[in-house]
Design a protein around this ligand. Structure first.
Ligand SMILES: Cc1cc2nc3c(=O)[nH]c(=O)nc-3n(C[C@H](O)[C@H](O)[C@H](O)COP(=O)(O)O)c2cc1C
Length: 201
């Protein structure tokens, strides 16, 4: 992918608003041998079942049943589209492993945020990340956010030589969607408007 295309997308993404215009978060494009080293280490970590504390909390624990149902529906949609049965643990693992190779996309991004920011900073940075996704789409590109990367913050920091305060938010795979790929036939649903919007008078 041309550097100028990537820069256009990144510049558009950074038009996202942020509280007091602090513009939290940054993106690292991991290329060449650095990418090979990182994906090899991540894959090894994942295969060996390595576990480490994440930099930030994400899902509620325990996950209430109403949210668990959404998670299961999303997993069924994804694995169903590529013909991996729910009980096929090995097949699911192999698919999941692709997260750690950035789905072999041409551009591999790591999203980080300074650990001094609180939830608001993550919210602001999320807007930049969504801006990136939309900007990519408007340029004929596609993305997949990779929250799975947040499972290995220490490994990623060590691998890329980042300081302890660079918190790992997620990875982003950026490239060109293969419209014919089975995985891209996945259809996810959204909850009804009444479930997240109401009027109080
Ligand atoms: C912050 C974030 C992290 C995500 N992490 C992953 C991931 O690690 N692996 C993956 O395959 N999809 C990941 N996704 C994609 C979601 O699963 C997907 O957006 C959701 O199921 C809705 O599907 P849709 O985007 O196709 O509508 C992530 C999305 C977001 C916003």
């Amino acid at each position: 992918m041309a550097d100028s295309l990537l820069q256009d997308v990144l510049t558009l993404a950074r038009q996202a608003p942020s509280g007091a215009n602090l513009q939290p978060g940054s993106l690292i494009s991991v290329v060449g041998e650095a990418r090979q080293r990182l994906t090899a280490d991540l894959t090894e970590g994942w295969r060996s079942g390595a576990q480490e504390p994440e930099d930030y909390s994400y899902f509620p624990t325990p996950l209430p049943m109403s949210l668990r149902r959404r998670q299961v529906a999303a997993a069924k949609a994804l694995y169903g589209s590529i013909g991996i049965a729910q009980e096929d643990r090995a097949g699911r693992d192999l698919q999941f492993e692709q997260n750690f190779r950035f789905f072999d996309a041409p551009v591999a991004l790591i999203a980080t945020i300074n650990g001094d920011f609180g939830s608001g900073g993550y919210m602001d940075f999320g807007m930049t990340l969504y801006g990136l996704m939309l900007a990519a789409q408007s340029h004929g590109l596609a993305t997949c956010a990779i929250g799975a990367m947040a499972s290995y913050p220490g490994l990623i920091r060590r691998n890329l030589g980042l300081d302890e305060n660079s918190k790992i938010v997620c990875g982003i795979a950026l490239g060109y969607a293969d419209a014919d790929a089975a995985v891209n036939q996945t259809v996810t649903e959204r909850c009804a408007l009444e479930q997240y919007f109401r009027v109080i008078e």
